[in-house]
Every structure is written in C-alpha cells, then in structure tokens.
Design a binder for this molecule. Structure first.
Ligand SMILES: NC(=O)c1ccc[n+]([C@@H]2O[C@H](COP(=O)([O-])OP(=O)(O)OC[C@H]3O[C@@H](n4cnc5c(N)ncnc54)[C@H](O)[C@@H]3O)[C@@H](O)[C@H]2O)c1
Length: 278
C-alpha cells in the first residue's frame, strides 16, 4: 500500500498511479469504496477509440492495492487488444473487486458496484471474470444496463471461451504435429474453474491425456473425478512431461522462472496476460 500522510505531501508528477496510467496510456481510472458493503474496487478504462470499453470484473483476494491496480491496468489494456483484433467496435476496460470471492460476496456489494459502473454512463460495459458468475452480474444489472453475460441473454461466457481455447489448441496442434487431433496428447490445464472445466471436458471427450491443478482442492477433486483427469501439484505442472500447457487460472505464469521448466511445444490457454513481461 502507498503510504500518503497528507495529500499535500504528494507531488502529482511523481504519483505512481498517474505514472502507471501514462505507462500503458489509460484514459480513466475509477476507484470505488463503500464501507457499508465492504466494496473496494477499481474500474479501468484503457481505450475507447473503437467504442465503449468492454471487459469483465475480477474478484480476487489481492495481497495489496498495488497488486490490484497492476492487474486491472494490464487486464484492461489486454481487452483493448482483444476487442480490436476481433473486429469489434468496442474499446478495452476491466474492473477488479478486492476481496475473497468465496467469503465476501453479497447482493448489496454487487449492486453498489453496479452503481459505480452506471456512473460511467456507458463508457464501461462489464461482465464476468475470475471469481464472478452470472448471478453476481444479475445483481449488478439491478443498478445498470451496462452489463452483459446475464442469464437468459448472452449468459455465461465460459463455455464459449473454453471452446475458443479448444479450437485454438487444435489449430496449433495441426501446425506443430501435422494433425489437429488431440487424442493421446498430454495436456496440462492450470485452473479448472469456469473455463478450465469446460476445456477439460472437451479434451477428455477427444481422448487427450489430461493433467490438472488448482488452488481450490474441492474443485480439483470434483473435476478430476468427473473426467478422469490426473492431478498434479501447483508447481509440478510446469515440469511434467506434456505436449500442451493450457493456463486457465491467472496471468503472468509464463516468466523467467517457468519458461526454462516447460517441456511442451504448445502453450494455449484462456488466461489473460499469460506473459509476465510484455
Ligand atoms: N470466463 C470467461 O469467459 C473468460 C473469458 C476470457 C478470459 N478468461 C480468463 O480465463 C481465466 C479463467 O477464468 P474463469 O472464468 O475460468 O475463472 P474462475 O475463477 O472460474 O477459475 C479460475 C480457477 O483458477 C484457480 N486458480 C487460481 N490461481 C491458481 C493457481 N495459482 N494455480 C492453479 N489454479 C489457480 C482458481 O481456484 C479457479 O478454480 C482467467 O484468466 C480469465 O481472465 C475468462
């Protein structure tokens, strides 16, 4: 956490937040706080050249606010690239809610967050990301129209994301192995949450040898039992003998430490910002 004793003590030119915004060329940041619901969030609008900034909301137990800030800055910039490369008339944005998604969620918290989204008057459109599900977005939608991924409308984006990851993986396999078949290929899926589980399902159906890991033991066990996937340790996943590494948890898992360990010839996963250094 940045310690600022008096606001007068800070020199705007040296403010790390403003400097960070300049580094990635962000348009706007909205810091959100509500003591009553416990909401602490940051909404980042990276670029609206092509249209309103679209990007999901992540709820995560960040170690500190700087970690949350860095994440939302990197994620929102990634959304500018993803939306633009997909030919959409949408800019890039993202939001993070600081807190434990398994303990802190409430209708009131997401409604309060919805009010903050609404205050941006359509400049930012939100959706699900890590730690957030369609039900949470329903609460957000009680306070704003600028939300997608709602049940009965576009719905949970995870199955579609997993399918995109799966067909992307097959395209890589065709290039690398001469066939797009994943049957018998060793695939290591890191994170078996919303997207990861659908991916494991598709890979298992095709006859791939699937290895999985997750920090949440009950989820890991349930997915392993359901699809017959083999469980590996959180760090072990980088070192196992595999053809394809599929990062489907958080970003920055491809870095100076892991790169030398990875024996795969394909990396294809759903996680945003897979490279630690851009
Ligand atoms: N949900 C979508 O439609 C969508 C779309 C585009 C990109 N993504 C990206 O895909 C990734 C997964 O999203 P999701 O919606 O499945 O999230 P999720 O929260 O449902 O699942 C993430 C899983 O990763 C696990 N995890 C977290 N840290 C881990 C670690 N260090 N090692 C192993 N497991 C870990 C969590 O316990 C959880 O089970 C995220 O990076 C997200 O930004 C998701």
């Amino acid at each position: 956490m940045i310690e600022v004793k008096n606001i007068e003590d800070t020199n705007l030119a040296e403010n790390p937040v403003i400097a960070q915004m300049g580094k990635y060329n962000h348009e706007q940041l909205l810091f959100c706080n509500d003591n009553e619901t416990g909401l602490r969030a940051i909404i980042a609008v990276h670029n609206t050249t092509l249209g309103p900034a679209l990007g999901g909301t992540r709820m995560w137990n960040y170690k500190n606010e700087i970690e949350a800030l860095n994440d939302v800055l990197r994620l929102s910039r990634g959304m500018t690239y993803k939306n633009s490369i997909s030919g959409l008339n949408l800019g890039g944005g993202k939001a993070v809610i600081i807190g434990d998604a398994r303990a802190m969620k409430s209708e009131a918290l997401f409604r309060r967050f919805g009010k903050f989204v609404n205050s941006l008057a359509g400049k930012y459109i939100t959706a699900e990301d890590v730690g957030v599900n369609p039900l949470d977005m329903t609460c957000v939608s009680m306070e704003t129209d600028h939300v997608v991924g709602l049940p009965g409308k576009s719905g949970d984006p995870s199955p579609v994301t997993a399918h995109g990851t799966y067909v992307g993986m097959k395209a890589c396999a065709k290039e690398q192995f001469g066939s797009d078949s994943l049957s018998g290929k060793k695939v290591a899926v890191q994170g078996v949450g919303h997207v990861g589980e659908y991916l494991v399902e598709a890979l298992s159906k095709e006859g791939a040898e699937v290895y999985i890991t997750d920090i949440h033991e009950p989820t890991l066990k349930r997915v392993a039992d359901k699809y017959g996937a083999k469980v590996v340790g959180l760090d072990e996943i980088y070192e196992i003998d595999m053809d394809i590494y599929a990062p489907c948890a958080l970003g920055a898992t491809i870095n100076d430490t892991t790169l030398s360990k990875l024996k795969c010839s394909i990396i294809a996963g759903a996680a945003n910002n897979q490279l630690q250094q851009e």
